[in-house]
Design a protein. Structure first.
Length: 155
């Protein structure tokens, strides 16, 4: 709680990717997850996108470089989509989640959605077929997006 995160983490995940791999943009709904991301080896550009209907920052993104050298972490609240691309030869990423992974609640948004306009630092990313098939944010029905709840933690 000292740093403002008042949520309990229930699951730890480990991800390994090679240079220029781009993953995302992923989110779970209606069983959302907040995530705390850090890199234990390598360097990534990590992105969070606000996808909460009614939010004053809906569709806006933030991106930060996380690396084993800078030891920075990124907290991504529930209601945000997450993605990253690998800037080093390889990257080992750990992310703590506030809820268990639920494949039936997994959704995605196209990584290159022009309405979001993420400025990825990789010209020709390596993207999985699954991530290439995600829809644009504008094509996702409102019933498949979380709602913004002013004054709430939006968990």
């Amino acid at each position: 709680m000292e740093i403002g995160i008042d949520q309990e983490f229930l699951q730890d995940n480990h991800s390994y990717s090679k240079r220029h791999v781009l993953r995302g943009l992923h989110y779970q709904y209606p069983k959302g997850q907040a995530k705390l991301i850090y890199v234990c080896r390598g360097r990534i550009f990590d992105v969070a996108v606000d996808i909460r209907r009614g939010s004053p920052t809906f569709g806006r993104w933030v991106g930060v470089e996380l690396s084993s050298d800078n030891a920075r972490q990124l907290f991504i609240p529930a209601g945000f989509a997450h993605g990253f691309c690998v800037l080093s030869q390889e990257a080992y990423i750990i992310y703590k989640c506030t809820d268990l992974y639920a494949p039936e609640h997994e959704h995605g948004i196209l990584w290159s959605d022009p309405s979001i306009g993420i400025k990825w630092p990789v010209d020709n990313p390596v993207i999985s077929p699954r991530d290439m098939d995600h829809p644009l944010l504008a094509m996702i029905p409102a019933s498949e997006l979380p709602s913004y709840l002013p004054g709430k933690s939006n968990r």
